[in-house]
Design a protein around this ligand. Structure first.
Ligand code: BGC
Length: 736
C-alpha cells in the first residue's frame, strides 16, 4: 500500500477535546491544492541560500550548548526558521507523545499529562487515541507549536527498555493502528506530527550505537509493519529516524531504511527529520535524511553551509536538496500549518482536557488479579491502610523528553545529584493527583491512613489494623537508561510480601513503566496495573477500586514469568557499559543486539513459538463482569463473531482474533481486535477485516502467502483462546 497523499486535518470544530473519532480523522479532507505540487512550485522559486534554511534547526533550550536562540523561537525541543518572502512559517517543535512536554518548566507553563503510552495502548481503543492526540495538538497550537515530536511506535522488544512507558505495544497491528489514530488526532489541529523512532530503537543501553541486527524479513513483518500501518492510517508529515544503527548503518543515514523502504517501497511523501544528535555526517542526506534537528547536538551543522557548497558544485546534490525542501514543504502545506498559523497565548480548556486524561487512565487500567472478588471495594468499608508509592502526594511519571507536567510542576521530585545537567529531564517526578485524597473522597466516612512504606514493620502494623491494605508500588523509568531487571526497586517486593501476609485483603496498585515480576502474587488479594496514569490518575484508580469504573484495559505487552523466557535473558551491554543518559560510545565501544533471536516473533509470538507461558499474557485483563466470544466465521480475509456480556454489570472487553496456525505449524499473530462495551446480557455481532500482511511472510520480492490451511481463534488474551476455525486460502504474492 503506497502512501501517496498526506491528507490534512478535519475541520476546526473537531480539533478539541471531545467528539473526535479515528474515522473522523480518516475522513479528513484532502487540501484542494495538491501539497506536493505547491511544494514543487515553491522550491522552483527558492534561492540556494533559502534552500538550506528548512534543512536544519536548533534546540532552543539553554541547556549548556553554545547556540543563538532567536526571539521568536519558543522554548521546546526544536526550532527551524521560516522564509517570510515565500510565506513559509518557522517550524516550532515540541515533544508531545503524552502531552506538550515540560522541559523543566522553563517556559513557565504547564500542559495536560495523559497517561503513559503503554497505558493509553491498554485501552486498545483507536478512537480514544485520536481524542488524546487531538487534545495534545490543541494545547500545542495554543502554545504556538506547529510540529509535534510524537508517535512513538517502536515495538517493545525488551520490557527493560527505559522507554517502554512511552511506546505502545509489542504487536505491529496494535501499535500501528493506535499510533495512526493518535497522529491523526494531533494533525487535526493543522500541525505536523512525527512518527518515531524509525526504526528498531529497542533499548536505551548504548542507545546511540547499539546496532540492531535483524533480517529484512523479520524487520518487515514486525517493527517496520507497525510503522507502515501507522503511516498509512495517520499520514504523519514527518518521520523521525532513530539514534541506533540498523544492520550497521546509522538509522538517520540508512539508505535501506529511508530511501528503499520508506520513500520508495511505501511511497512516503513527507520528510525525515533526525533525532537530536543522531546525524553522523553530511552524507546522511544521500541516505535519505531531509532535516538535521537540534544541530548543536551533532558534531557539526552539516545541513547548512556544507550542504549548500555540495549542491552548488554537484547537480546530484542539488536534486537531493530540492527534494529535501519539497518534502518539508509538502508536510507544511498538507497540514495547513502555513494558512492556519499556531500562535502562543491561545486559550486551553484544562478541565475538559483533564477529563480526556481521566478517560484514558480509566480505560488503560488493567485488572490482573481479583481473588474472591475482593474488588470492587464496598463503599461501606471502614478502615483502609494506603501504603507506599508517594500515594499521599501523586502518581509517577516517566522521565526524559516526553515528560509532561501541569502548571506548578510536580508534586514530588526525587532529587538527582547536584550539578547533573539533565536533572530537568531525568528526575523522578510525580503528578499532583494523590491516590490518598481520591480514596478518602470515595469513602468519606471510613478511616483511611497512610504509611510511606519506608519501614516494613510500620506498614505491617497499619495493614493489620485495617480491613483492606492498598499498596502503591512504583517502577520509575526514564529515556536514556534501561532498568536492569523486572523487580520492583527499593525493597518494594519485600514490603508487599510482608503486608500481604499481615492482611489477606491486600490490593497492589502497580504504577510501573512496563512489566514487572511478582514474586508475591499468590499472597495478594488483588492486583491492578495502573501504569503511569497521568494528571487524573488517582481519580481513575479510585474509580476502578470502588467499582464506579468497570476495568476494561488489556495488556499490550506480555508480562514474562521469568527473565529466562525473554529472547535476551541478559540485556545487551548491561554487563559491560556504564549507564549513560546520552548513550554515546566511548572510544572503542561497540554493541550489537541480535533481534534475529526472536525475529518477527516479538512478545506473545515468541512465547507461542517457544512454548513459554507468560505471568500475564498479551491481551490479558479482568473485568467485574464476564464475557463470551462465539460463532467465529472467517475466510481469512475478514471475520465475524459474537461478543456477549454474560455477567451482571455493564462493561467493556476487547475481542481479539489471532492467527494460530499455518499449514499445521504453530504461528501466532494478532490479526484483528475490537473493543466492545456491553450492558449485562447484551450481545453484539462484530466484523473485522484481516490485513493479509499479518498472515504473510516477507520474501525478497515482497509479501508471500503460501496456499493452505490457516487456523484462526478468538482470544480473550493471547493464551486464552477459543477453538480454532480453519480457512483454506490460495497462494498469493504482492509487493507492499
Ligand atoms: C529523543 C526524541 C525526542 C528528541 C527531542 C531525543 O533525545 O530520543 O524522542 O523527540 O530528543 O527532544
Amino acid at each position: 500500500m503506497k502512501i501517496s497523499t498526506i491528507t490534512t486535518s478535519v475541520v476546526a470544530a473537531l480539533c478539541c477535546a471531545q467528539a473526535i473519532t479515528a474515522e473522523d480523522v480518516a475522513d479528513a479532507t484532502t487540501l484542494a491544492a495538491d501539497p506536493v505540487a505547491r511544494a514543487e512550485a515553491t522550491v522552483a522559486k527558492m534561492t540556494l541560500e533559502e534552500k538550506v534554511v528548512l534543512t536544519h534547526g536548533i534546540m532552543p533550550l539553554p541547556f549548556g550548548f553554545d547556540v543563538d536562540i532567536p526571539e521568536e523561537a519558543i522554548a521546546g525541543a526544536g526550532y527551524v526558521p521560516g522564509i517570510a518572502r515565500l510565506g513559509i512559517p518557522a517550524l516550532t517543535e515540541t515533544d508531545a507523545s503524552l502531552g506538550v512536554s515540560y522541559i523543566g518548566g522553563i517556559r513557565g507553563d504547564g500542559a495536560t499529562a495523559l497517561p503513559s503510552g503503554v497505558a493509553m495502548a491498554s485501552s486498545w481503543n483507536p478512537d480514544l487515541m485520536a481524542r488524546g492526540g487531538a487534545m495534545i495538538g490543541a494545547e500545542a497550537r495554543a502554545k504556538g507549536f506547529n510540529v509535534l515530536l510524537a508517535g512513538g511506535a517502536n515495538l517493545m522488544r525488551d520490557p527493560r527498555n527505559g522507554r517502554t512507558f512511552e511506546y505502545l505495544s509489542e504487536d505491529p497491528l496494535l501499535s500501528g493502528k493506535l499510533v495512526g489514530a493518535a497522529i491523526g488526532g494531533i494533525q487535526s489541529n493543522h500541525i505536523i506530527s512525527t512518527i518515531k523512532h524509525f526504526a528498531l530503537n529497542g533499548q536505551e543501553t548504548g542507545r546511540k550505537f547499539a546496532d540492531a541486527r535483524i533480517s529484512e524479513a523479520a524487520a518487515r513483518e514486525s517493527d517496520l509493519l507497525a510503522f507502515q500501518i501507522g503511516i498509512e492510517d495517520g499520514k504523519p508529515g514527518s518521520v523521525m529516524c532513530a539514534y541506533n544503527p540498523v544492520n550497521g548503518a546509522p538509522s538517520c543515514a540508512s539508505d535501506w531504511l529511508l530511501n528503499t523502504v520508506l520513500k520508495q517501497d511505501w511511497g512516503y511523501p513527507g520528510f525525515v527529520m533526525s533525532d537530536w544528535g543522531a546525524v553522523p555526517g553530511l552524507d546522511a542526506a544521500l541516505g535519505g535524511l531531509d532535516q538535521q534537528s537540534g544541530a548543536q547536538l551533532d558534531p557539526k551543522v552539516f545541513f547548512g553551509n556544507d550542504l549548500k557548497a555540495k549542491a552548488a558544485a554537484d547537480p546530484k546534490w542539488m536534486a537531493r536538496l530540492d527534494d529535501m525542501n519539497k518534502r518539508i514543504l509538502t508536510a507544511i502545506y498538507a497540514s495547513g500549518a502555513d494558512k492556519n498559523p499556531a500562535k502562543p497565548g491561545g486559550s486551553i480548556d484544562f478541565d475538559a482536557h483533564a477529563n480526556v486524561a481521566e478517560d484514558v487512565a480509566k480505560q488503560g487500567i488493567v485488572l490482573l488479579k481479583n481473588a474472591g472478588d475482593l474488588l470492587p471495594l464496598s463503599k461501606s468499608v471502614r478502615h483502609i491502610a494506603v501504603i507506599g508509592g508517594y500515594a499521599d502526594a501523586g502518581v509517577p511519571a516517566g522521565s526524559g523528553s516526553s515528560l509532561v507536567h501541569a502548571e506548578g510542576g510536580p508534586s514530588v521530585t526525587v532529587p538527582t545529584a547536584a550539578g547533573n545537567p539533565f536533572a530537568a529531564l531525568m528526575s523522578e517526578t510525580y503528578h499532583a493527583s494523590a491516590p490518598l485524597k481520591a480514596i478518602k473522597a470515595a469513602v468519606p466516612d471510613a478511616t483511611v491512613v497512610y504509611r510511606n512504606g519506608r519501614y516494613v514493620a510500620d506498614a505491617v502494623i497499619a495493614a493489620k489494623k485495617a480491613d483492606v491494605a492498598i499498596i502503591f508500588a512504583t517502577q520509575w523509568m526514564t529515556e536514556g537508561l534501561d532498568v536492569p531487571d523486572l523487580s520492583l526497586p527499593n525493597g518494594q517486593d519485600a514490603l508487599i510480601a510482608a503486608v500481604a501476609e499481615a492482611n489477606p485483603n491486600t490490593i497492589v496498585v502497580l504504577e510501573t513503566g512496563g512489566p514487572v515480576l511478582m514474586p508475591w502474587l499468590d499472597q495478594t488479594g488483588a492486583v491492578m496495573e495502573a501504569w503511569y496514569p497521568g494528571i487524573r490518575g488517582a481519580e481513575a484508580i479510585a474509580s476502578v477500586l470502588f467499582g464506579d469504573t468497570n476495568p476494561s484495559g488489556r495488556l499490550p505487552i506480555s508480562f514474562p514469568a521469568n527473565l529466562k523466557d525473554l529472547p535476551r535473558p541478559v540485556l545487551d551491554g548491561s554487563l559491560t557499559l556504564e549507564p549513560d543518559f546520552l548513550g554515546a560510545p566511548k572510544p572503542g565501544e561497540t554493541l550489537s543486539v541480535n533481534y534475529d533471536i526472536e525475529g518477527s516473533d516479538v512478545g506473545y509470538r515468541y512465547n507461542a513459538r517457544e512454548g513459554h507461558k507468560a505471568l500475564f499474557p498479551f491481551g490479558f485483563g479482568l473485568s467485574y463482569t464476564s464475557f463470551s466470544l462465539s460463532g467465529l466465521k472467517t475466510d481469512g480475509t475478514s471475520a465475524s463473531f459474537t461478543v456477549s456480556n454474560t455477567g451482571k454489570r455493564a462493561g467493556a472487553t476487547v475481542a481479539q482474533l489471532y492467527l494460530v496456525s499455518q499449514n499445521g505449524g504453530v504461528k501466532q499473530r494478532l490479526v484483528g481486535f475490537q473493543r466492545v462495551a456491553l450492558a449485562p446480557g447484551e450481545s453484539r455481532q462484530v466484523t473485522v477485516d484481516i490485513d493479509p500482511r499479518l498472515l504473510a511472510d516477507w520474501k525478497e520480492e515482497g509479501w508471500s502467502l503460501p496456499a493452505g490451511e490457516y487456523g484462526f481463534a478468538l482470544g480473550h488474551d493471547a493464551e486464552r483462546l477459543e477453538a480454532p476455525v480453519v480457512a483454506r486460502m490460495p497462494a498469493r504474492a504482492w509487493q507492499d
